[in-house]
Design a protein around this ligand. Structure first.
Ligand SMILES: Cc1cc2nc3c(=O)[nH]c(=O)nc-3n(C[C@H](O)[C@H](O)[C@H](O)COP(=O)(O)OP(=O)(O)OC[C@H]3O[C@@H](n4cnc5c(N)ncnc54)[C@H](O)[C@@H]3O)c2cc1C
Length: 373
């Protein structure tokens, strides 16, 4: 029995649905509707009745979309998304509550179909790769998370290039290229995650980034249409690509590389890896890489965020289970039991101190994903 009494609309949503998923997805829209209805000049009883009708309608629409999505996944792929998967298990930070729906795409076809179905259903969705650059929310994710585990590597027709399916591990792409005597991706050695995540954030190190060697990208856009984008259309800049703004998903990427002797390339890679291990925290540490982008000064020069943070004494700062790494001040690490709120709180403190001392605004490199969008 549902009682549309005055009070918290979220509670009503819980009563109506009796399921965590429905409660979560409904919560936000109900609050929004509650606000709109409160603006209407009508009698209390009319208000309650109207509110109840809209709640019921909204519930019906949401359940319909979710049920349809479930059935469509089963029909098209033979596997429905899983419910309530803990995102902490899919994050290098080891932080994050449950996702309402979670689907792992093992092939390019599954990825394409999953994205299309999500787009068509209107259910909020998010495509992740290795989860090495994301801070998930303590409350998880309201909607569908699609984990891209679709991998594959091929030599390109022209001979001096490679093509990678977007869920391929970056490490595998580097190894595949080197073993064919192809140079150009060495600086990516040691960076965890997938090709999709790397292209999204134009990942790189030692002043170089993945976008420099990308020739073309096969994408699926936010309307579910596939298209091929050239390097120029990808809008690469420092830790940035056009994928962030246009919300397209990378399906495949082709890289153009330069022939060289395999041994020479391997030597360079060991040298770069040595430098990385001297600067970065140990691989076993739970983190998401550099937390902040390197800021730009008014004269256009880029400063190392890690150095600025070192100068404000960030190395000794912590909040709850989150702490600044003693090895590299631009790494926030989960030293055990950290929550997203601990990390965000610590990051705000770091930003405040850098702003006060240097007049510079640090911007997150890590993707901070809210539970509700
Ligand atoms: C120990 C450590 C060291 C690191 N060192 C570096 C470094 O030196 N340089 C560097 O640049 N980064 C570094 N990182 C950060 C991270 O590894 C990279 O950014 C990596 O490229 C992210 O890939 P991912 O697959 O894990 O992406 P995820 O973390 O899963 O996702 C990151 C973003 O990419 C988007 N995304 C993922 N796949 C796709 C796709 N197919 N299409 C569209 N969007 C997609 C997601 O929606 C999300 O917004 C480091 C991280 C760790 C933990």
């Amino acid at each position: 029995m549902i009682v549309p009494a005055a009070g918290n609309v979220k509670t009503i949503a819980i009563l109506i649905s009796g399921s965590g998923l429905h409660k979560a997805i409904l919560g936000k829209s109900l609050i929004h509707m509650h606000f709109i209805i409160q603006q209407l000049p009508c009698h209390a009883n009319t208000y309650s009745a109207l509110r109840f009708s809209i709640l019921a309608l909204s519930y019906k629409i949401t359940v319909k979309a979710m049920t349809a999505l479930f059935e469509e996944f089963e029909d098209a792929l033979g596997i429905p998304p899983r419910r309530g998967v803990l995102l902490s298990e899919h994050s290098s930070f080891r932080i994050g509550g449950p996702a309402d729906f979670f689907f792992t795409a093992e092939t390019l076809e599954e990825l394409t179909v999953a994205v299309r179905l999500a787009v068509r259903s209107g259910v909020r969705h998010f495509v992740m790769g290795g989860g090495t650059n994301i801070l998930f929310d303590d409350a998880g994710f309201r909607g569908l998370v699609i984990k891209n585990a679709a991998s594959g590597l091929f030599p390109s027709a022209a001979g001096s290039g490679v093509e990678a399916v977007s869920g391929t591990r970056l490490a595998d792409l580097v190894e595949f290229s080197v073993s064919r005597g192809l140079r150009g991706l060495e600086h990516l050695a040691g960076i965890p995650g997938t090709v999709g995540g790397a292209v999204f954030g134009n990942a790189g190190a030692f002043g170089r980034s993945i976008g420099e060697k990308l020739e073309s990208a096969a994408l699926i856009d936010r309307r579910g249409r596939e298209r091929l984008a050239s390097r120029d259309e990808m809008g690469f800049a420092y830790r940035k690509s056009a994928l962030r703004a246009d919300r397209s998903v990378l399906l495949k990427a082709a890289f153009i590389l330069n022939p060289d002797e395999e041994d020479k390339i391997r030597e360079d890679i060991s040298c770069l890896l040595e430098q990385r291990s001297a600067r970065h925290p140990d691989w076993s540490v739970a983190c998401a890489g550099c937390y902040f982008k390197n800021p730009v000064r008014e004269d256009g020069t880029r400063l190392a965020a890690g150095k600025l943070l070192e100068e404000i004494g960030a190395g000794s700062l912590s909040r709850g289970g989150a702490a600044v790494s003693g090895t590299h001040c631009n790494f926030i690490v989960n030293r055990g039991g950290a929550t997203a709120s601990d990390v965000r709180g610590l990051a705000e403190e770091l930003k405040r101190r850098v702003r006060e001392r240097f007049g510079l605004n640090l911007e997150e490199e890590v993707i901070v994903l809210p539970a509700d969008g």
